[in-house]
Design a protein around this ligand. Structure first.
Ligand SMILES: [Zn+2]
Length: 233
C-alpha cells in the first residue's frame, strides 16, 4: 500500500515541482513549503517568543540553557511529521533549510530570543550521514544561520561511535552511553560563546541532553536550543 501511495507522489513532483509539499494540489506560499490551507493546519508552537515555555520547563533541572524553543509541537498523525519524514528519509534537505529560515525569521522578530554567536548541529555518525547524504539537523541549522548571518560549525561536536541499542538501559545509562559517543574538537572556538544547538525532533531528549552536557563542559559557554518539533507527552 505504501509503495502504491508513494509512486504517484514522486511522479507528481517530477512534473509539478513547485506544488505544496503536503497536498500536491496548490502552489506554496512565498517563503514556505506549503499552501495556505496546509500551513494553517501545521501545529506552530509560539515558543520562540515565550520565555519559560513548555520545552524549557521540560529541560529545567537537567542542564542549563539560555533559551529553548521548538517551532512545532505535535502529536501522532500531525501534518508536520509528513514534512519531517520527507526531510529525514526522502532526500529533501531543502525542507530543513526552509524550516530553519522560518525559525531564524521568528528569532529576528522576537525580543526574547538573544541572537547566538554560532550554531552547532546535533551530528550524525559519519556512516549514517553517508547513507542519508546529509545531516537534517545541519540543514535546519544552515537555514537559521543564513537568516541570522552567523556561522554554523559542523567540526566541533562530532559523533564518533554509533549509539548502542538503548532499549534495556535506564535514563542515566542511556545518557552516559550517548555522551560517550560524542566528542568535542576545536574547543577553543566555543569558549565564552553563546551556542545555539539545533536538532530535528525531541522526544525523550536523551541525545540532546548528552550533547548539551558535553558542550557545557566548555568554559563560559552559554547554550540555547532550536528544535524543529517537540512531541506532546
Ligand atoms: Zn497544501
Amino acid at each position: 500500500m505504501k509503495i502504491l501511495f508513494e509512486i504517484p507522489q514522486a511522479i507528481l513532483e517530477l512534473f509539478f515541482p513547485n506544488l505544496c509539499l503536503l497536498c500536491y494540489e496548490k502552489r506554496p506560499l512565498r517563503n514556505s513549503l506549503c499552501c495556505l490551507a496546509c500551513k494553517l493546519e501545521l501545529p506552530y508552537s509560539d515558543q520562540i517568543d515565550v520565555v519559560d515555555n513548555e520545552l524549557e520547563y521540560r529541560i529545567f533541572g537537567r542542564f542549563k540553557i539560555q533559551r529553548a524553543a521548538a517551532l512545532f509541537r505535535f502529536r501522532k498523525g500531525s501534518k508536520i511529521l509528513k514534512l519531517i519524514h520527507q526531510l529525514k528519509y526522502k532526500n529533501r534537505p531543502h525542507i530543513g533549510v526552509e524550516l530553519g529560515k522560518e525559525y531564524g525569521r521568528k528569532i529576528l522578530s522576537s525580543s526574547n530570543f538573544p541572537i547566538p554567536d554560532l550554531i552547532i548541529p546535533i551530528p550524525l555518525h559519519y556512516k549514517k550521514q553517508y547513507r542519508r547524504g546529509y545531516n537534517q539537523s545541519f540543514e535546519f541549522g544552515k537555514g537559521i544561520a543564513e537568516i541570522l548571518d552567523i556561522p554554523i560549525e559542523k567540526n566541533i561536536l562530532i559523533k564518533e561511535t554509533p549509539s548502542d541499542s538503548q532499549t534495556k538501559m535506564n535514563r542515566l545509562e542511556r545518557l552516559e552511553n550517548v555522551m560517550n559517543s560524542f566528542k568535542i574538537k576545536n574547543n577553543e572556538k566555543i569558549i565564552g560563546k553563546h551556542v545555539l544547538l539545533v536538532d530535528d525532533i525531541i522526544t525523550t531528549g536523551a541525545t540532546l541532553e548528552a550533547a548539551a552536557q558535553k558542550l557545557l563542559k566548555t568554559k563560559n559557554l552559554r547554550l540555547s536550543l532550536a528544535i524543529i518539533g517537540m512531541a506532546e507527552l
